[in-house]
Design a protein around this ligand. Structure first.
Ligand code: G3P
Ligand code: CA
Length: 236
């Protein structure tokens, strides 16, 4: 079972920064989960929200900034003074720094406003050999990615209704992804075994306490996305 550090070890350091990724690697997480978007000048940067306001000292939409403008923002102080000077990383910098140590679960953000993101991410990943999985909330986006790069493992962040997958959901997922990533509050044993029977592995997000992690491990999920990678027992 994989331990997946959500936006890095974001329970201990500002999300989606090198500080959070360093801690995730120190805690021996199997994967770093991170969120990517394109800048105005076409670079792939690591940031969750479509605006920079919550996690930096700037204001505005990520897509309206050039890389240089974005990297002049402080992405650490909002979390704690000791993180002042953390920058919004380039995906390429992150892959270079950790590719021999840890895998990546890369989330494509903002399907509607991020034209070309799927192609740009796939092209960059083809230069690296580490274990990576690409995911999205958007089936359209992850299907487009899978069609262009069928050898890269993919995941859908799924929203099962009433504790079940519909037949059409399952068929759509099976044509585009290898993993379903589900909010842990919506998971149950039936969903997990249905996914497994259809050849899909199951991740659970986002876990913030040990009891929940233990329960999910007993339910035989294949990975837990957590802000606290040290909460996940490696014996499970
Ligand atoms: O991996 C799933 C999780 O990251 C989805 O939610 O909002 O943290 O990107 P969010
Ligand atoms: Ca994410």
């Amino acid at each position: 079972m994989y331990t997946i550090a959500h936006r890095g070890a974001s329970g201990y350091a500002p999300e989606n920064t090198f500080a959070a990724f360093d801690i995730a690697a120190e805690m021996n997480a199997d994967f770093i989960e991170l969120d990517v978007q394109l800048t105005k000048d076409g670079h792939i940067v690591v940031i969750h929200d479509d605006r920079v306001d919550r996690t930096t000292d700037g204001s505005g939409f990520v897509k309206d900034f050039t890389l240089k403008q974005l990297q002049s923002l402080d992405a650490g102080s909002w979390y704690g003074a000791e993180f002042k000077g953390e920058r919004i990383p380039l995906l390429e910098e992150v892959l270079k720094r950790y590719h021999s140590k840890i895998g990546f679960l890369i989330e494509l953000k903002g399907h509607a406003s991020q034209v070309g993101l799927e192609k740009a991410v796939g092209r960059l990943l083809s230069r690296f050999s580490m274990h990576h999985i690409v995911q999205s909330f958007s089936l359209k986006s992850i299907q487009a990615f899978h069609d262009m790069y069928p050898s890269v493992p993919t995941a859908i962040i799924a929203r099962p209704s009433f504790g079940r997958f519909s037949r059409s959901q399952l068929n759509a997922y099976k044509s585009a992804v290898h993993y379903v990533n589900i909010k842990y509050t919506r998971l149950n044993r039936f969903l997990i075994s249905t996914a497994h029977k259809h050849g899909l592995k199951v991740f659970a997000w986002t876990v913030r306490n040990q009891k929940t992690a233990e329960k999910l491990q007993m339910m035989e999920v294949d990975g837990i996305v957590t802000d606290f990678p040290d909460f996940i027992s490696k014996d499970g």
